[in-house]
Design a protein around this ligand. Structure first.
Ligand SMILES: Cc1cc2nc3c(=O)[nH]c(=O)nc-3n(C[C@H](O)[C@H](O)[C@H](O)COP(=O)(O)O)c2cc1C
Length: 328
């Protein structure tokens, strides 16, 4: 029987399939179900920087009001960071209920006092923290270099604040992703999650207004992730996690062949239910048995850019070849 044990960001996982940060990973019963169907780890739904900042501001206002009426109030209740308590409670409950690693998630776009909240997450028992660095960067006055430096400042501050492993979840919209991931690597990041998937607003012709559109991913979207996992595998100390468009066992295997340590699943499980994860694992095992692999380490990265005969397959050379060969 194939061995699916996987080491990811210093954590030992029984399988490479991870419940992604999503609407599913906000509820304890879903986390337990994912573990029951073989998830190697779970990533909790993100807590947003704005939620923490808002809670901090409220506390400061309350303290200021209290200080006016009672000067000792500040001494009794020294200003301290308090974030949304529910999140820490979820971390604690998940840790108590599950044997698999629990990865907390913070969604952020700018450095700030909220970074200190990462310490509270660590203290609540999270095994690791995923930082989803996200902003739609459309200001013509702000250069790509400035944006990258801002992201690195966030990650650096969190890295200094906590000891547990950190994975950074990125969007695919970087001019030089190789360079940026190398800089993250140099900061001591333990994992890089490729990629976050943006929900793009649509325009309603009836309402004559932009409307939010919640769509699940399609398997074809996994190819972007596949390419970048294949390009980056073996070039970074950080582990790579694949996210976006993986819906079945073969899809997960391709990401592992490209070099992913783990594959995160959201849309597939929203669509087909959490038990689908178990079916995906069975498909992976069956393929490994059929092809004579006894462990995932033998499989992982064997089709990354570094390992294949034709390194151009993941680069522009292939694009040129493909375009020029089309005669319709
Ligand atoms: C309903 C839903 C909620 C999500 N919430 C979060 C979140 O809170 N934090 C986060 O980092 N990603 C979140 N995601 C993104 C997923 O983790 C994942 O990166 C993305 O959906 C692409 O993977 P998929 O193709 O498996 O869906 C969410 C996705 C869905 C579908």
């Amino acid at each position: 029987m194939a061995d699916l044990v996987t080491e990811y960001i210093g954590l030992k996982l029984a399988s490479p399939l991870v419940l992604a940060s999503s609407a599913l990973s906000n509820r304890l019963e879903n986390l337990e179900m994912a573990e029951g169907h073989g998830a190697g780890a779970v990533v909790l739904r993100s807590l947003f920087e704005e939620q923490i900042e808002q809670a901090n501001t409220q506390l400061e206002e309350e303290l200021a009001r209290g200080a006016e009426s009672n000067p000792e109030a500040i001494t009794y209740f020294p200003p301290q960071r308090v974030g949304p308590h529910e999140y820490l409670t979820l971390v604690e409950r998940a840790k108590k209920a599950l044997d698999v690693p629990v990865i907390a998630s913070l969604n952020c776009s700018a450095p700030g006092s909220w970074t200190e909240y990462a310490k509270d997450i660590e203290q609540a028992g999270a095994d690791a923290l995923e930082l989803n660095v996200y902003a739609v960067e459309a200001d013509p006055k702000v250069s790509g270099a400035e944006i990258e430096n801002r992201y690195l400042e966030i990650v650096g501050a969190v890295r200094k604040a906590i000891r547990i492993p950190i994975a950074v979840k990125l969007s695919p919209f970087f001019t030089s992703l190789g360079h940026f991931t190398a800089r993250l690597d140099a900061l001591g990041v333990n994992g890089i999650v490729l990629f976050n998937r943006f929900l793009q607003p649509d325009i309603s012709l009836e309402k004559m207004a932009p409307v939010p559109a919640m769509t699940m991913s399609q398997p074809s979207e996994a190819l972007l992730t596949l390419r970048w996992i294949a390009l980056l595998h073996g070039r970074l100390k950080a582990d790579l996690a694949a996210s976006t468009g993986v819906h079945d066992g073969p899809g997960a295997l391709k990401q592992i062949l490209a070099g992913a340590k783990v594959v995160q699943l959201a849309s597939a499980l929203v669509r087909s239910g959490i038990p689908h994860l178990g079916k995906m694992l069975a498909a992976i095992e069956e393929w490994m048995d059929k092809h004579g692999y006894s462990s995932l380490d033998e499989v992982r990265g064997s089709l990354s850019q570094r390992e294949i005969q034709d390194p151009g397959a993941f680069e522009r050379a292939q694009y040129v070849h493909l375009i020029l060969s089309q005669n319709i």
